[in-house]
Write a protein that binds this ligand. Sequence first.
Ligand SMILES: [Zn+2]
Length: 863
Amino acid sequence: MSNIYFDSENNSKSFELPGARPHYNPDRPGQVEHIFLDLELDIPHKSFHGTCTITLNPVRSSIDKLTLDAVDLEINSVKINDTEQTFDYDGNELNIYLQPVTTTGQKIQVAIAYSSNNPQRGLYFTTPDKHYPDKPTQVWTQGEDEDSRYWFPCFDYPGQLSTSEIRVKVPHKFIAISNGELIHTEESGEDKIYHWMQRQVHPTYLMTLAVGKFAEIQDEWNGIPVTYYVEKKRQDDARRTMGKTPQMIEFFSQEFGYKYPYPKYAQVCVNDFIFGGMENTSTTLLTDRCLLDERAALDNYNSESLVAHELAHQWFGDLIVTKHWSHAWIKEGMATYSEVLWTEHEYGQDDAAYYLLKEARSYIAEDKGRYRRPIVTNVYREAIELYDRHLYEKGGCVYHMIKTELGAELFTKAIHNFVQSNAHKTVETIDLLRAIEQATGRNLLSLFDQYVFRGGHPDYKVNYAWDGNSKLAKITVTQILAKNDKKGDVSKELFDLKIPIAFGYVKDEKPELINFSVRVHEQEQTFYFPLSEKPKFISFDVGNNYLKTVKLEYPLAELKAQLQFDPDPTSRIYAAEALVKKGGLEVVKVLSKALIDEPFWGVRVEVAKQLGKIKLDQVFDGLAVGLQDEDARVRRAVVEALTQIKTNESYKLLKSVVKNGDASYYVEASAVSGIGDIAATNTKSEQKKAIKLLKWVLKEKQGWNEVLRCGAISSLSKMKTSETALKLILKYTAPGVPQPLRLNAIRVLGTISTAQSPVNLERILQRLTELSRETFFLTQVSVVAALSQMETAEAIGILQSLADQTPDGRVRRRAEEAVQKVQKNIGSDKALKQLRDELDKMKKENQELRSRLENLEAKAKAS
Ligand SMILES: [Zn+2]
């Protein structure tokens, strides 16, 4: 599963919320061998009925009761081998009292006739309504993690694998797609019956059904059909977005040492999908928002990563199933790491290194701002809470560290062994360790203990000095401990790793490295390296393969050389970060030069970002050149950095990007968004002009996923004191506004709320209260995101009632974390925030002064 399409910040410190408890798989009455759903859909009434037949091979005799998961269904009858059974049903669990009781090895067929009316989860109907008359009529499912029970009765946990079969009757004009092979179709009056068969075992959460008026685009790999299903008008976008799928199937078949295991691979793009994608066995569902038009394809690589992620799950997740949610990192970590592997294959090593760095950062932000937890834990309230940055991004980084420890060749051997020996089975983390040990002889338990079974990562500080007399390089490595770590047993919090360190020399403009390796395991260690001459730069953790944070405290000259010559792009990025901490015109010069000379776009992006952090007017000239960069991703970073420096020149430049446009949606959208950021620090009349420009964007720039108009809405929200801006935003929260634009308008109500008049604050709260009653998952997530930023106790009330009423565990969790955040906002933070605003103003004045001072100093030095 992938949830890249929504994200919000939070600040609670414990992963385990009140009510969290250990979770275990239930006892097993027997092996489920087959599940057969025979369904008839009534799409206009958002209902369906049919029979679910489960073939069970009892594990022991004398079982007299079966308990199945089944939520909010209507159970009409239960039969076993054609004999009516007594049962009771409380809307949550279905208890069947077996008559006769089981006999070991004697299979039974449990046939449950049932119906469902307007299901809230599991199976979703999207239909046009008065606000959205053009919305396509579709039916789709989402089972992970424990939602299949909302559309059929089952033993709903991933420890049970079985074959499955879905026969479904739909009106003639629709296509119905499901797992496995289409074994039969049949006309039946106005309707058509589709009969799908999944002959390889899989868990209930991967059973799926998607129904719609789709265009069907055929591709193939090795004789296996590869099909893309999209709305009819999106056929070109479909090829553009998913067209690399056959190459990816080939790549992952090789990479995992196991030929793609299913008779087909389908990807169905559906409307209003609540995740980025879902890897149902042989039939992935994707959000239709991932479909790229020609312009979006220029610099959107997320969709390609999404396609790779869900495809990799066909092995990691579907072929090899995690036995319990607590081990879900095995699949999510690998699917996330597969994005890196595919990036390396398709775009090269530098791109892959940068991709990995961004994954690491995404986890580190969660660890810092939200909570720290072991990747593997069974203590939670609902399994869905585990689907966070620890599970995905940190899990991905762990796979990369396994590769680092083993080396590429042994890593491949270990992964092949893991896949081959566990295909069509369930696994836990221990099975991965065993497969590695079996294939390579290496025991990686120590790595897992540090990164998987406990929370955190090392935070290093590295100091360097050169002793010219004895020709010794002195490196001091400190592990910085978090405040609360210091109280406990420090040795438990420290990491024990072998870290490679290299010293770099430059011959004929080319770097040469001398490599060492040290064991870093104490809170502070000093290492001495005898060298024949003074190195130009130092590379700590060569290749940057270990998940960590690092502060480089090297002299200016070494950092400059590292930025220019270190072969590893991540090291060059760290050098740029360390340079900015030093500040000054010299650093502006060095970075401005790097923005032009640096060969890799990812480093240029980071250099632009770092330039934006330097509070000197002189940064402008260096940055402005970057707008000519041929890579749109760099131009976007430049625009964002120009937004940070908030000068008149930067405002004018952003305005020209908005007016003249850019080849990339994202560059243009960032400029639109930056306009409000800078205008917010200017006078009222200047804000008025900015609003006029944004109004023009809102009127003229509708289009792909509403990226540009979303930029305008975000832009407006930065002008927190403006009533006109608020009124405009409120207008776009109305039903009928295109979904992505509306969701963004809802989210930014929080941003703009903090400096509005009491009357306007009341209007915002009123609107959010109304919106919180809408049941659509993404609307609720946006409402929570907005409320979490507010600074009034009334927000807490709305959040609490949302938490009480929502059927969704993710919304509930977000809402509860938001309550804590608002409490913090209205506490001492409010005074602090006012101070911070004052400080921002002073900083701006200071920036002008310091910029002039730097110029004077530079002149003085020159003369
Ligand atoms: Zn996933």
